[in-house]
Every structure is written in C-alpha cells, then in structure tokens.
Design a protein around this ligand. Structure first.
Ligand SMILES: CC(C)(COP(=O)(O)OP(=O)(O)OC[C@H]1O[C@@H](n2cnc3c(N)ncnc32)[C@H](O)[C@@H]1OP(=O)(O)O)[C@@H](O)C(=O)NCCC(=O)NCCS
Length: 223
C-alpha cells in the first residue's frame, strides 16, 4: 500500500501484498471547506465548524489518494453517510479531532475497504463492557497492557465501513467478533450469527498500525 503522510504526520511504510493497488493518505485536520466541490458542499449542508473541518479534511485526503492512484478524480458525494467514489476506485474515510485519513483502492481489486482512526485509550473499560463481546473482553484482559480494547473497537468500525456499503446491512458491535493476531498486527472478523454479511466479513483481512497516538485499522475484502 502506498502511504502518503501530509502536514508533517510522521511517515511510515505498509509493505503488505494484500494491500497492493491501494493508497492511504493521512493528514492533519484543517479548514479545507473552500476546497470542497459543489456536490460535496451540498452533501455536507449547514454544519458546525468542527464538522466542516473534519469533513473537508477527509475529502482532501480522499482526493489525494485518488490522485496517487492515477484515477480520474471527481466529487466524492455521499449516499446517506457512505462516500460515493469516482469510477474505478472505492475506499473509506476516517477522522479524529486531529487526524484525517483515507484509504482508497482500485475497484477491480477490492470489493470493500474500511479505515478507522481512534485515539489510543479512547475506549474506557465501561464502554468496552458495552461494545465488546465476552470472549473479546476476556482476550483483552489476558493481553494485559496495550489498550487492545480500543484497537478492537476500531477494527469493528473498519469492518463495518468495508462491508456496509456492499451489503447494506446494519451490523452492531456485538454482531461481529474480531480476532487479533497481536504479533502480526493483523485481524480477522466473523459475524456471530449467520446473516447476509457473513461471507464478506469472513473473507476480509484486517491490519493494525499505531500512528501519532491513534490506532489505525484497515479492513479489506478483495475480489
Ligand atoms: C459509520 C461509523 C462506523 C463511522 O464511524 P465514526 O466513528 O462516526 O467516524 P469516523 O470519523 O471514523 O468515520 C466517519 C466516516 O465514515 C464514513 N461512513 C459513514 N457511514 C458509513 C457507512 N455506513 N459505510 C462506510 N463508510 C461510512 C464517512 O466517510 C464518514 O465521514 P464523512 O461523513 O466525513 O464522509 C459509525 O458512526 C457507526 O455507525 N458505527 C456503528 C456500526 C458499527 O461500527 N458496527 C461495528 C460492527 S461491524
């Protein structure tokens, strides 16, 4: 995966064959509202400055990723909240208070791609008790230190962002179990019950990184 870090975000490499023909762009949150295409501005509507900065920073990262893949760029509108990608690519956007990220891959290679950025330690024990499954909580306990509960939360969100646009089915946090391979910083996912999304969730592969005080998770389903 080609990684581009803008605005002084520390650069790093992802040498992973399963993430070929894809680009990740990470940047800082700023006000890029005036760079939005008309369709994107319409999709955003009247919102707070914080939301406008996050949305426009996410679109900026996404356009840069499309550009890096040498694909004809166009407005990235949305259907409900799901981004509508230019022809030939698909991907995913995430933002925190400080960082924006977009992962984009070629549509002839990927069926789905999800990315999620969450500040390390963002998920408290109390929230984890509500969102994670019992075997996941047990695993987090066994791992001891390392804030794996936030990593699991982020992994689930990246699974959802990869799968929901393809299947259109809502999956709650308790509907999907994530299995992390900590040494490899990889993860796999499976639905708890048999449902429409089961096959595509099970066919995906997840990757975990730590970037500037955040967990970054990427979940891809290849064609
Ligand atoms: C959709 C969701 C994952 C977004 O995460 P978030 O923490 O709110 O915010 P992030 O910054 O990480 O991501 C927001 C971006 O996700 C994208 N997004 C929103 N809904 C999406 C969806 N259904 N599918 C794919 N991408 C989606 C958008 O690009 C959005 O940014 P934008 O509105 O500026 O374009 C979250 O709000 C949600 O609804 N989660 C519940 C379902 C879930 O996670 N289940 C886990 C088990 S699989």
């Amino acid at each position: 995966m080609h990684v581009v870090c803008l605005d002084g975000v520390p650069s790093f490499e992802i040498n992973e064959p399963l993430l070929d023909r894809a680009c990740l762009v990470l940047s800082r949150i700023g006000d890029y509202t005036s760079d939005l295409r008309p369709e994107e501005s319409r999709a955003l509507g009247e919102v707070s400055n914080v939301r406008s900065h996050q949305f426009s920073s996410g679109r900026r990262a996404a356009h840069e990723a499309v550009h890096q893949l040498q694909i004809q760029d166009s407005a990235i509108g949305r259907t409900e909240r799901i981004p509508r990608w230019p022809a030939g690519v698909l991907g995913s956007i995430s933002h925190s208070d400080s960082l924006a990220g977009a992962a984009v891959g070629l549509a002839d290679t990927y069926l789905g791609m999800g990315i999620d950025l969450v500040p390390i330690s963002a998920v408290s024990d109390k929230v984890a008790q509500r969102l994670l499954l019992d075997p996941e909580l047990k695993w987090v306990g066994e791992m001891g230190s390392g804030d794996w509960r936030t990593a699991l939360f982020s992994a689930k969100e990246s699974v959802y962002k990869a799968v929901n646009p393809v299947v259109g089915e809502y999956l709650g946090f308790q509907d999907v179990k994530v299995n992390v391979v900590p040494d490899a910083l990889e993860f796999f996912a499976a639905t708890i019950a048999n449902r429409e999304s089961s096959e595509i969730v099970a066919g995906g592969h997840g990757f975990i990184h730590r970037v500037e005080g955040h967990w970054l998770t990427i979940f891809v389903v290849r064609k």
